[in-house]
Design a binder for this molecule. Structure first.
Ligand SMILES: [Zn+2]
Length: 330
């Protein structure tokens, strides 16, 4: 991984590159910001660069072919340790194991990099155990904690780490990046940008994901026919997404975009503002008052919030659709 492969996080990367240039790297970093915007990639790029045998120090590029780079590229570098949550938390045994490996001397390279993903999921004991090590830093050992929820980390941990914020990208910048990377997918870029909500990796996943494209067609057919669909049919349709949080999230967001488009058509008559340009005729045929549309949009928003607090995905989708149908047939 190279720094140049990470899009839209120039500020965060610049801070790190200045620290490298001034030989002033911190012993512990906290990369904060929403998921899917390049925090982990940046940590991997930093690790690869620091241990590269022949880095280009002017452009902060690792060589890509020394033994260290090759190990980094295939994820088997002995001095790069990545800790992920075990189930819903990071447990004290995991931290203990990790620290015992950190304590071994590193013969192979100059830096030991320890990456802790979703660091806010550390249990209190795990955080306390890590804290002791953070308080007594060792030379050439760098901890990188990654989180989308820094507010859920203990203050003691926060105070030991240098925070580097990562930011969501504005839609125009995501569009530019996608146009460069996938010029052949021009027709889908507007929709994908709207769904990606500031995350380039989400946008790229959406473009690559045929399942979402198919589900979108299917879902929009359901919305078009919603008035004539029975509650039993809605419940039956939702069954296929049982426990599929990722897809239900995408469907709820698609639902918002759909009714938002209907609202834009009914109130502003601005076809150029529509996200679902390919469904223009169907959008026009949707009869609902602006008040009803705002209520429906609220249902989908509530669904997204419930999904975040771990409600059953299928149930959340069912309720949003059943409520929407009630409004549509009122
Ligand atoms: Zn190298």
């Amino acid at each position: 991984m190279q720094f140049s492969e990470i899009k839209g996080q120039e500020k965060a990367i610049h801070i790190l590159q200045c620290a490298i240039a001034n030989r002033h790297l911190a012993h512990a970093y906290l990369f904060t910001g929403p998921d899917g915007i390049g925090k982990k990639k940046t940590a991997l790029a930093l690790a690869q660069y620091l241990n590269c045998d022949a880095p280009d120090e002017t452009h902060f590029t690792s060589c890509g072919h020394c033994p260290s780079c090759l190990q980094s590229e295939c994820g088997s570098h002995p001095d790069l340790m990545i800790l992920e949550p075990d189930g819903n938390s990071i447990k004290i045994e995991q931290i203990r194991n990790l620290l015992s490996r950190v304590a071994l001397r590193n013969y192979e390279s100059r830096y030991k990099i320890i990456l802790i993903n979703d660091a806010h999921l550390m249990t209190e004991q795990a955080a306390n155990c890590l804290l002791k090590t953070l308080e007594e830093p060792t030379d050439n050992t760098i901890f990188i904690l990654i989180t989308a929820q820094a507010q859920n980390l203990p203050v003691t941990i926060l105070s030991r780490c240098q925070q580097i914020p990562f930011h969501l990208l504005p839609p125009t910048q995501i569009q530019e990046i996608l146009q460069q990377l996938h010029p052949e997918r021009q027709s889908q870029i507007g929709l994908v940008t709207a769904l990606a909500q500031g995350s380039v990796s989400t946008a790229e996943n959406l473009l690559a994901n045929e399942e979402i494209a198919t589900a979108r067609q299917d879902f929009y057919q359901l919305l078009i026919q919603l008035e004539k669909t029975s509650a039993a049919q809605i419940i039956g349709w939702c069954e296929q997404w049982d426990k599929n949080k990722k897809m239900v999230k995408a469907l709820l967001e698609l639902g918002q975009l759909w009714y938002h488009d209907v609202l834009v058509l009914h109130t502003a008559e601005r076809i150029d503002l529509l996200i679902n340009q390919d469904y223009l005729a169907s959008l026009k045929s949707q009869a609902a008052t602006p008040q009803q549309l705002l209520t429906i949009l609220q249902y989908f928003q509530t669904g997204l919030t419930q999904l975040e607090s771990n409600a059953s995905p299928r149930l959340v989708l069912e309720i949003a659709l059943l409520k929407t149908q009630t409004v549509c047939t009122a």
